[in-house]
Design a protein around this ligand. Sequence first.
Ligand code: SAH
Ligand code: F3S
Length: 479
Amino acid sequence: MASENIIEEKKQGQALITEKKAGNHKKLFIESYGCQMNLNDSEIVASILADEGFNTTHLLEEADLVLVNTCSIREKAEQTIRKRLQKYNRVKRINPDMKIGVLGCMAERLKTKFLEEEKMVDLVVGPDAYRDLPNLVKEIESGKDAINVILSKEETYGDVTPVRLNTNGVSAFISITRGCDNMCTFCVVPFTRGRERSRDPKSIIDEALDLRDKGYKEITLLGQNVDSYLWYGGGLKKDFKNASEIAQATAVDFAKLLEMVALAVPQIRIRFATSNPQDMSIDVLHSMAKYDNICKYIHLPVQTGSSRMLERMNRQHTREEYMTLIDNIRKIIPDCAISQDMITGFCGETEEDHLQTLSLMEYVKYDFGFMFAYSERPGTLAAKKMEDDVPLETKKRRLSEIIHLQQKHGLFRMEQFVGKTVEILIEGDSKKSSDQWMGRNSQNAVAVFPKSDEKVGDTVMVHIEDCTSATLIGRRSFD
Ligand code: SAH
Ligand code: F3S
């Protein structure tokens, strides 16, 4: 979520809280683009810098240090960030003491290019180097440029308590894994976020308990690929010689971690993202079915419905295997919502492949979807070995077809709630009216309903009377 959104929410009267540390005088303006992991990383950065005398500010003009946490996933994401950097530089002309830094994936991808060619920033820090920020900030304060983009095999920031930024006090993120080893051929993440590593379950549980004590009601466990979470003492998986060595080390896998968190904070809703079909186990589905406080919602990106394309994408599963997984989800958790990510126009995609995507969508009827036209990323296997040969017009046409179908399916799923009474966790005012609350049900569907005597963070029963393809419309039920 970009800070523009946050300011917008504030205008609508949302009481968003940002934690501050007493006695801190330096001002940090920090913005995040891209995934939820970046939002959580910014909270880790804010925590590290809080110990160096920085509190966050929403006013760019008064900042001593401006940091932008960046995303490289598609070219457009990088263009957006370049525009922001130009904006910061315009403000810097008025306030020359202001320092500007880039964090995250674009920092990792472009490294010294930012300092040498673009000259738009003073500081470049990759996703695994945030602990070095105190030193790097001292360097830039003394007038030098500073950079650290070293990737790590161990860093999980497990001991850093994030400073919660712009929070409604209800929902919070906990990172459980970092990096990704999957090497999907289109994806830049393995290059920008490095090797996959899992965080000590004890530190995850401690963070969940801390959030509970602070009054939070919902936790989202985050990782690029949460299902491959595996704790056996830290480090990389391949340091073990074989599976039995891993098992002997009393490993905790994702199904077990989910169960541990569900039991540790039974009064808190638990969500997780993102699941990768190739790594999702039946045990995870059983953990979800067993605990009421684990939300019945799985974000399960598939990217394409064509086995041929899946193979070119190095997705490690076929269309049929994915459909079997969907069948298992429906069997084990009948009320589970499922969402997708799709890419249209990947290298070599034919009309037949595209039709396979549409037919897979018909099979699953996803509740939600996040759909993109393929954007070639430098350094990926696809960029090196495959031709980006689907014309832009075709990519866009296919994209609009899948978006259209998704809207139809979204509406179909939402309609299933009409006439039912569902449990809603109140997150804040509805976007359209401060007389209405906005919250979500377990399946992650957004609901709005008129206010009475509830408050943010309450869980209430709401009778759903109507819906759009994106919102349930209801009334509080007191039965
Ligand atoms: N496992 C990750 C995926 C990160 S990327 C997660 O936590 O969600 C998010 C989505 O961006 C992917 O699922 C894919 O649909 C899309 N994406 C990734 N690389 C892309 C590219 N080169 N072009 C277009 N979309 C891309
Ligand atoms: Fe990217 Fe595939 Fe990992 S989409 S984040 S390489 S699971």
